[in-house]
Design a protein around this ligand. Structure first.
Ligand SMILES: [Zn+2]
Length: 369
């Protein structure tokens, strides 16, 4: 994959950086920022995961001037991702010696990603005094052609940023059009971090998706997020506590509750039916809080539809059970207990099935001899 013709232009009060990845024309526009000193790093690093998924060498033309720190970090990043995920390959990144440079530190600013979700809201409130910018991205989970959804999500982010006196930086990406054969969801967090390198911030906080005890190979991880630092911007994986604790913490803020966006399943966000919505609704119900952006959990029978399918989700529901017992919310504790028990049985059956298969593999050849 050859990256070429990197340009930064101004268009309708936005800074627009564009480049080619072979014949794909990639474009990122930034509102709320007046310079993109790390544009080349952002373009290169954001194409690394697509190149790893496609198994292609990454090359750059002479319009690129890359941070040597980033180049070194990307080797280690690749090694970890390849050991975790079967669908990515270790690739060569070819950069001529005269195309490396150290990025001068242009800013002492700090930013945190803000989607309106639980993780992002928690990190924001923990870090608020040192945060200068909230970064919000369109074109990945919310697609650019979904105009009403873009508008609604932007309005929420704008109001939140204004309320707390922070600058909102909006990044729009055409990744899904340019790489229409790749999963945007697969790349999303890595793209978001690498796009933000263009801004030349001193610190970029990435809200953690998992509690320290739930850590597993994942696209955003305390081992790999910092490896997207480029010597100018330090990437920090922030807030590895349980999602239930985060929800309880942000529920103290009316603003956070008003703009809470936990799922994208419906046009208006927060469908109120999916596992993620029900998990958040159950947590708020346990502590007697309500978000205007989520339906209340008026009937615990709704929880019967939840299926727990990963250890991470199990831990989250297990935490809800714990807090429901603590707050003497028996109907929720009992309903969640049933969900957890169903998952535990499923795991037990899986183990028994696996052990039986191993046993049969061992015994059958001896019987048939
Ligand atoms: Zn939902």
């Amino acid at each position: 994959m050859r990256l070429s013709d990197l340009q930064v232009n101004i268009s309708e009060n936005k800074l627009v950086m564009s480049w080619y990845a072979d014949d794909r024309h990639l474009q990122l526009s930034y509102t709320g920022s007046d310079a993109l000193p790390g544009a080349a790093d952002a373009a290169l690093a954001s194409c690394m995961l697509p190149a790893m998924l496609l198994g292609e060498t990454l090359e750059v033309d002479d319009t690129f001037s890359i941070s040597s720190t980033l180049r070194q970090n990307l080797n280690e990043f690749q090694r970890i991702f390849v050991s975790w995920f079967d669908d990515v390959q270790l690739i060569d990144i070819v950069i001529a010696d005269n195309q490396f440079r150290q990025i001068p530190l242009t800013s002492s600013d700090a930013a945190v990603f803000f989607s309106g979700g639980v993780d992002a809201s928690y990190s924001f409130f923990q870090l608020e005094p040192e945060i200068d910018h909230l970064i919000f991205c369109l074109g990945l989970d919310i697609q650019l052609h979904e105009l009403a959804r873009c508008q609604k999500a932007l309005e929420g982010a704008n109001k939140f940023a204004q309320h707390y006196g922070k600058n909102l930086i909006v990044i729009e990406s055409n990744f899904r059009t340019a790489f229409n054969n790749l999963s945007a969801r697969r790349c999303q967090i890595v793209l978001l971090i690498t796009y933000s390198l263009a801004l030349g911030l001193e610190t970029l906080y990435v809200p953690a998706s998992h509690d320290a005890k739930e850590l597993e190979p994942f696209r955003s991880h305390p081992l790999t997020d910092p490896l997207l630092s480029n010597g100018a911007t330090k990437v920090v994986h922030h807030g590895m506590i349980s999602r239930v604790e985060k929800t309880i913490s942000i529920a103290q803020s009316d603003q956070a509750l008003a703009f809470l966006r936990v799922c994208n399943a419906s046009d208006q966000f927060n469908c109120g039916e999916c596992e993620k919505c029900l998990r958040t609704m159950a947590t708020l119900a346990v502590i007697g809080k309500h978000s205007a952006s989520l339906p209340p959990l008026d009937n615990v029978a709704k929880l019967r539809s939840v299926k727990i399918w990963t250890p991470g989700k199990y831990h989250m529901w297990h935490d809800i059970k714990h807090y429901a017992q603590l707050h003497r919310s028996e109907p929720i504790a009992n309903a969640v207990s049933k969900l957890c028990r169903a998952y535990e049985w499923k795991q037990l059956f899986k183990q028994v099935k696996h052990q039986c298969r191993l046993l049969l593999d061992d015994i059958l050849p001896r019987i048939t001899k």
